[in-house]
Each structure stands twice: as structure tokens, then as C-alpha cells.
Design a protein around this ligand. Structure first.
Ligand code: GCO
Length: 255
């Protein structure tokens, strides 16, 4: 047993959708535990800015811009890492979008866009990463779920379906890849203070509902996911596989 169960030094982590928001906070947490970072975003300019800001703090970070819904771009990105001898030890499937509309008005193209971005991406990127992790007999995959992995909320049907799928994709990865030395787990954030949730935070009725419904009586801060991400990426979780851990101020546990 290592003396430092949570040490990630010598590891390299790819975090999708990490130019900002939860992905960036998770990346910063992994770096604090010693991991090198490969950040991903769809907008190369924003990604470059984030990478530069992290490097200015002394963090080892690279940018890898690709669209998580574009299979050819994903395959190219992994081949570019191979060519540079960069092996991904830790994958965080974080990239995601929200689209709020009642189902009676929802167009199929928007349904597909949310499912592709939030769920199919995690399968495609997970597969490319796991093929390489399997060769080395080591890998940690962390998928980002949601409270909507378990519970529905009106107006966010495709998001709910994708996040429910993330929970089961995590178990499917555990079922098939556990024997290859890979652990796949998920984090289910509660209501967090992110750009994606800005409209909800700024809606006094919704804000009041979140605070009343959450035992912690407040929204979560993005940096509050970092410890769970480090734990799941670390040797401390080597026998933890297929789990989803809710980091939600207790919301999932109460009516
Ligand atoms: C929404 C929010 C979600 C929640 C999340 C809580 O519109 O419902 O944007 O992302 O914050 O599902 O786990």
C-alpha cells in the first residue's frame, strides 16, 4: 500500500469540457494532487486562454481542442496523443450541455444534440481511452452524472435521459473493463454555481427551491467536486468500480 493513497504524480488526466466550469475545477483538483493535465474544449481560443492561465500557476497543462460529438475528431485527437507519447491514465468525461424545453415542444434535433453531447461522447471517448488503458493494464475513468441520473425534472428530458444513461454506461464500463485494470466511476453533482446554471441561480423562485430542498441550504461550489475526483482517480479507489457518488449537499437523500 502506498503511503500516499491520494497521490496522482506521474499520471496524466484528460478532462473533456474543461476550459471552464466543473471540468476546470476538477482539472485543478487533479493537478493539485500531482497529475499532468490535458484539457479539452471545442473553442480553441478559450482553451488556449485556460491552458495559459494554468501554466502561469505552474501547472503542467496541454490543450487538445475537439468536438466531443465528432467521432473522427476524437480518433484524431487520441492518435495525436499517441504520436507524442502521451498516455492518458485518467479520463474525466465531463463535457455537457443543457437545453431546457417542455417535451411537447421539443424538436428531435435538440433531443439528439443533448444525447450526443452528454452521453454518446462519453462512450466514444471512453472507448478510445480504454483501448489504450487496456494495453497498459491501468486506467481510471470518471463520468459526470447528475441528480437527474436518478430523478427527473420538468423541461430537461434529454439531459435527464443522457445522465441516467451515464450512470448505466459507468456500470457497463465496470462490467467489461474491470478485468483490464480499469475502474470506471461517476460523480453526480448537485445544483452547482456554474455558467450553465446561471439562469436557474438568477431565478429567485428556483434559487429558493434549491436552498429549501438541499440539506446544506446552499448551491454547491465547483471546487467542491475536486476531492471526490481526486479520490476516484487515486489508488485509494482501486477496488471501487461502477459507483456513482453524489456530491449534492445531501439533496438526493431527502424528500
Ligand atoms: C438543470 C440544471 C442541471 C442541474 C443538475 C443537478 O437545468 O436542471 O442545469 O444541470 O444542475 O442536474 O444535478
Amino acid at each position: 500500500m502506498s503511503l500516499n493513497l491520494f497521490d496522482l504524480s506521474g499520471r496524466t488526466a484528460l478532462i473533456t469540457g474543461s476550459s471552464r466550469g466543473l471540468g476546470l475545477s476538477i482539472a485543478q483538483g487533479l493537478a493539485a494532487a500531482g497529475s499532468k493535465l490535458v484539457l479539452n474544449g471545442v473553442d480553441p481560443h478559450r482553451l488556449d486562454e485556460t491552458v495559459a492561465a494554468l501554466r502561469a500557476q505552474g501547472i503542467s497543462a496541454e490543450g487538445l481542442a475537439f468536438d466531443v460529438t465528432d467521432e473522427a475528431a476524437i480518433i484524431n485527437a487520441f492518435q495525436a496523443l499517441d504520436a507524442r507519447g502521451i498516455a492518458i491514465d485518467i479520463l474525466v468525461n465531463n463535457a455537457g450541455i443543457q437545453f431546457r424545453k417542455p417535451m411537447l415542444e421539443l424538436e428531435t434535433k435538440d433531443w439528439r444534440r443533448v444525447i450526443d453531447t452528454n452521453l454518446t461522447s462519453a462512450f466514444m471517448i471512453g472507448r478510445e481511452a480504454a483501448r489504450r488503458m487496456a494495453e497498459r493494464g491501468f486506467g481510471k475513468i470518471i463520468n459526470i452524472g447528475s441528480l437527474t441520473s436518478e430523478l427527473a425534472r420538468a423541461t430537461v428530458a434529454p439531459y435527464t435521459v443522457a445522465k441516467g444513461g451515464i450512470k448505466m454506461l459507468t456500470k457497463a464500463m465496470a462490467a467489461e473493463w474491470g478485468e483490464l485494470g480499469i475502474q470506471a466511476n461517476a460523480i453526480g453533482p448537485g445544483y452547482m454555481l456554474t455558467d450553465m446554471n446561471e439562469a436557474l441561480v438568477n431565478n429567485p423562485q428556483f434559487d429558493g427551491w434549491v436552498k429549501a430542498r438541499t440539506p446544506a441550504r446552499r448551491w454547491g461550489k465547483p471546487e467542491e467536486l475536486a476531492g471526490t475526483a481526486v479520490y476516484l482517480a487515486s489508488p485509494a479507489a482501486d477496488y471501487v468500480n461502477g459507483q456513482i457518488i453524489y456530491v449534492d449537499g445531501g439533496m438526493m437523500s431527502v424528500l
